[in-house]
Unconditional design. Structure first.
Length: 260
């Protein structure tokens, strides 16, 4: 992917890369649903993703690329070095146990229950609030007031009096039921797609139920088009359509969305 990245005065300063990038009419990114955008393995893909957004490329983002969009909207893809939990963060209470000796410049502590990041200030010898990722590690969300804030808001869904022959049911924990919001049933992305359908759900992280968006940096908030019981599953931001699940033939509606 580095052959398509062009950034002046860096190792990516190759005009041929800019030409190749300009020749692409459409970009699709899909991959490991638990690759986090602020971690080192995602660095090159993060640069490519941000370039797509800067140039208003038509982009379909699936799996980990969904995280990239949420993180981009929340922080404008702030470069951070999360030093706790091997990049996955940990609970905030552990910040007081974290050794401060030898902490590298630009280090951040991630509270993965709320998505809050804390940058270490060597002058003040303490961690100070810096960013919010817009994402939370669902397994660590507790029943506290803070935990409830980042969990998905309960959404009322009317129950049919008679069971619909087209009802869908999860067969295992790696699946979720995706619900297209009523106001978007006729949207272009959902042509030929039922209002409820099964998708893969191997993600350990979910977006907050509220938009944490740097409007001045990235434009208008993303909007949620469809959700599951855990949170937003399909969102749109400018020229990007992002889905939290993988596109696979086992879940045929995911393929239909890609080819409306």
């Amino acid at each position: 992917i580095s052959g398509y990245i062009y950034i002046k005065n860096t190792k990516y300063d190759n005009p041929e890369a800019a030409r190749l990038f300009d020749s692409a009419d459409f970009v699709l990114i899909d991959g490991d649903a638990n690759l986090l955008p602020w971690t080192k393995p995602a660095t090159t893909l993060g640069l490519f993703f941000k370039q797509c957004k800067k140039c208003n490329k038509s982009l379909f983002a699936a799996g980990f690329a969904f995280y990239m969009l949420i993180y981009y909207c929340a922080t404008n893809f702030a470069p951070v070095n999360v030093v706790n939990g091997n990049g996955w963060g940990s609970k905030l209470e552990e910040i007081h146990k974290f050794p401060t000796m030898g902490i590298p410049q630009g280090a951040s502590f991630l509270d993965n229950e709320t998505g809050d990041m804390y940058a270490y200030s060597s002058e003040a010898n303490q961690w100070v609030p810096s960013e919010n990722t817009g994402l939370h590690y669902t397994r660590n969300v507790t029943a506290t007031a803070v935990g409830q804030f980042v969990q998905n808001v309960k959404i009322y869904r009317g129950k049919a009096k008679i069971r619909d022959i087209n009802d869908v049911f999860k067969s295992n924990q790696n699946e979720a039921i995706c619900y297209v919001k009523k106001s978007y049933v006729q949207y272009w992305a959902f042509v030929g797609v039922p209002q409820r359908f099964l998708v893969s759900a191997k993600n350990a992280w979910d977006p907050h139920p509220v938009n944490v968006t740097q409007v001045g940096s990235v434009g208008s908030n993303y909007r949620s088009l469809a959700d599951s019981d855990r949170g937003a599953s399909i969102v749109e931001h400018q020229h990007t359509l992002a889905v939290l699940f993988h596109v696979d033939t086992k879940h045929i509606e995911s393929v239909t969305i890609l080819n409306p």
